[in-house]
Unconditional design. Structure first.
Length: 147
């Protein structure tokens, strides 16, 4: 199950972060100052902290949001909107379409500016995901404008 794998990934990232911190401390206590080790450990530690936070965010999304969204959508497929309700739906969807456009542009800019490859890749994926949302909402607008 995705949820248990996300929890496991978060735990592994936490364990790795603790290990890096602990082992760098041991090297310092022994008077070792290997610059190449320091450079690699610093980069890996920063990226591990980013990974851990990403897993925390994914976990939160699953635990807090998914069930709430699914609960709010139960039974909606049984509703047949009137002509006036379809017009309201189109208006709401067009407003959201503008928001989606802003999100696509923002994530594209973010991907260009981010330094760490993992964050850059996430921003690029989010931009593509928002483009898909834009397409889906556009298709839905067409459907309700035509009916």
């Amino acid at each position: 199950m995705s949820l248990s794998l996300i929890k496991h990934a978060k735990e592994i990232e936490e364990k790795a972060m603790d290990s890096y911190t602990h082992n760098v401390g041991i090297l310092r206590l022994r008077g070792m100052d290997a610059e190449d080790v320091k450079e690699v450990v610093m980069r890996v530690s920063i990226e591990t902290a980013i990974h851990k936070e990403i897993m925390s965010g994914m976990l939160k999304a699953y635990e807090e949001t998914l069930e709430r969204v699914l609960a709010s959508l139960r039974g909606i497929e049984e509703i047949v909107p009137s002509k006036h309700e379809r017009a309201v739906i189109v208006k709401i969807l067009k407003e959201h379409l503008a928001i989606e456009s802003d999100m696509v542009e923002t994530y594209r800019k973010l991907a260009q500016e981010l330094r760490y490859p993992i964050l850059k890749a996430i921003a690029e994926i989010l931009a593509k995901n928002e483009e898909e949302h834009h397409r889906m909402i556009s298709d839905l607008i067409k459907k309700y404008e035509e009916s």
